[in-house]
Design a protein around this ligand. Structure first.
Ligand code: NAD
Length: 353
């Protein structure tokens, strides 16, 4: 998916009036004017599924992207009751204090670092998010990085356009020492929604799964197959140190932390030529230590979807040849965006109607 196709989802505009109530007005049942509709501003976009669900219940969904510094006056001028954001728009105290019509702030996705959640709730606003909607999408992206990593796709895709016609045999040789994921051990650090969704794919691929999560001592993961069969696996958390020593591949699925979860000390514990993926949050892995262990070939490859310095990842990270890079697209699938839209709509309807 290109950046443009991502922004297509984000910037989809919909200026149509709601069409669900086409009845002629009667004296008892007046056709609402636009002013009677409760206005929801989806400032970072929302999938059409969410717009449709909200419009059916008499909300008007505004999808124009308003610049951060103009948000307060736009919300007040339009009497917006619900502000929906992803990660771009910041909802800080200034907006919460200055917008008296605002009743709800919604985040399409998980992390709410861009919202002053406690303050908003203190002021009586509803603050909602959609924590489960994108777990499978992120888990699939982790495996895109892992499958790509063990067969050098990140590098082949850089070099084939340049040298594929003149140095085909050399490139074939350069990428000849691939490995399989089947039979290897995946270490999952953080065994919440995405960690468990990733474990399910790993089990389907034939990997052994181990996990470390100080807050989830044991977990039962159930995989549903297309024909209705389900298979369950029971797991027990182990220490991060034991996980790092045993895993062939490590993937981190923890929330943002004050300290690095993987730094120099942790890399040293890892198996030689292991692979690592971070599709959680920038700052969970120490990028300086990562570049060192990749340069020294201690670690074979890394897959990164998130960066310490987003939206301007460090050039050393971007140029390191053994990193498979994506620009924070873990949740950027049509399916996840549809689920996010529907989940937001259903929460808004039950809270504001
Ligand atoms: N790449 C993307 O686009 C994308 C999309 C969605 C979510 N995310 C990120 O993925 C991460 C995980 O999301 P989730 O929905 O699975 O969250 P979750 O809350 O369901 O799971 C997080 C787990 O991490 C555990 N944990 C916390 N600190 C830990 C530590 N130091 N060591 C080990 N485990 C620890 C918690 O106990 C919890 O079980 C979050 O950082 C989220 O922001 C990224």
């Amino acid at each position: 998916m290109s950046v443009d196709s991502c922004s297509l989802i984000v910037n989809k505009t919909n200026n149509q009036q709601p069409t669900t109530n086409n009845q002629q007005p009667t004296t008892n049942n007046q056709q609402p004017t636009t002013d009677n509709y409760m206005k929801i501003l989806a400032n970072d976009g929302i999938a059409q599924t969410g717009i449709t669900a909200l419009e059916k219940e008499g909300f008007e969904v505004l999808t124009t992207t308003i610049a951060q510094e103009q948000l307060i006056s736009y919300i007040n001028d339009n009497k917006v009751v619900g502000l929906l954001v992803r990660s771009a728009t910041k909802v800080r105290k200034d907006i919460i204090d200055s917008c008296s019509t605002l009743k709800l702030i919604g985040r399409g996705g998980v992390g709410m670092d861009n919202i002053d959640v406690a303050y908003a709730r203190e002021k009586g606003l509803h603050v909602i998010n959609t924590p489960a909607a994108s777990s499978e999408s992120v888990a699939e992206l982790v495996f895109a990085h892992l499958f790509g990593g063990v067969r050098f796709l990140y590098d082949a895709n850089r070099n084939m356009p340049l040298d594929g016609d003149s140095k085909f045999k050399q490139l074939k040789k350069a990428y000849a020492k691939g490995t399989e994921l089947r039979g290897k051990t995946l270490g999952v650090i953080g065994f919440g929604r995405i960690g468990q969704a990733t474990a399910k794919i790993a089990l389907g691929v034939g990997m052994k799964v181990i996990y470390s999560d100080p807050y989830i001592d044991t977990a039962s993961v159930s995989i549903s197959f297309f024909d209705g069969q389900t298979v369950s696996f029971d797991f027990k958390s182990i220490s991060k140190e034991d996980l790092l020593k045993e895993a062939d591949f490590v993937t981190v699925h923890v929330p943002a932390q004050k300290e690095y979860v993987i730094g120099k000390k942790e890399f040293e514990l890892m198996k030689d030529h292991a692979g690592i993926v971070n599709a959680a949050r920038g700052g969970v892995i120490d990028e300086v230590a990562l570049v060192d262990v990749l340069d020294s070939k201690k670690i074979a490859f890394a897959g990164l979807d998130v960066y310490e310095s987003e939206p301007r990842p460090e050039i050393k990270i971007l140029m390191q040849p053994n990193i498979s890079l994506t620009p924070h697209i873990g949740a950027a699938t049509g399916e996840a965006q549809d689920r996010i839209g529907l989940e937001l709509a259903s929460q808004i309807i039950s809270l504001l109607k």
